[in-house]
Design a protein around this ligand. Sequence first.
Ligand code: BG6
Length: 299
Amino acid sequence: MADIQNLEQQFGIPGILSFIEGDGGLPLAHVANPLAEADIALQGAHLLTWTPKGEPPVVWLSPQAKFAPGKSVRGGVPVCWPWFGVHPTEASYPAHGFARTQMWGLLATSHDDHGTRLVFELQLNDIARMQWPAPFHLRLVMNIGRELTMELTTRNTGQSAFALGEALHTYFHVGDISAVRVTGLENTDYLDKVRDFNRFHQDGAIQVNAEIDRVYVDTTAECVIHDGHLGRRIHVGKSGSLTTVVWNPWVEKCAQMGDMGEEGYRRMICVESANAHDNVVTLQPGESHTLGVRYWVER
Ligand code: BG6
């Protein structure tokens, strides 16, 4: 509890931002400002919920999510870094990198008319340092308001270049997946993970009626999640990202996963702003790169 008290003293904002010990003993930041509410776990700098005032939740958190030190949480916005998917050469390393399961430190918090801002920095334990020896700084700045913005900045502080894969792997909450269309990726090529990573071309809007796991490459497009059930459109804007991943595990995989909830696949769709596969980012010594997202709801 001493940690929670320290966090509260250093970073709490009375009536706006407080800290609690969440399930599994994970410290959480809780934001409740006039524009929105949100919860963020310091493990992974993992935003778990974001609910603008008057809206159903926009970010989906599985009702069966498991909270434990060193384990990734199903839902929210996992930060995939410094590789996306399986590690390019070491299959035993954790999928989507280690940033989502490491503790992050808080550097600063503030609040103004646009929302509440939190600045996180990744802290590495010895296992992660062994898996990624290249020196770096990694910061995540998020602003919780009517819009949710996140900026993930990587700086190469070492003497050699490195290749970086990354994603803000957001689970969006939808009323019912059968009434969802995703636009923005028309006329874009994708690698299809459920068809041996072969390359295909997207013609029209995306509709989901089976497992979908696609890595759209060379796209800077904003996507829109049209939700006919909840009668809203979620805008997924991005910057510094050339890849968009669309994922829904559908019935069988959802049942196998164990932390999705029985019908979890019906209530979510991942639209992930990323740099992966064809689009990994090479960072020269001293260089920085920022992957940014901006989400908002329209009715
Ligand atoms: C997606 C991948 O980004 O994340 C999927 O494209 C993967 O293949 C999904 O199943 C969930 O990954 P994880 O590691 O959180 O279970």
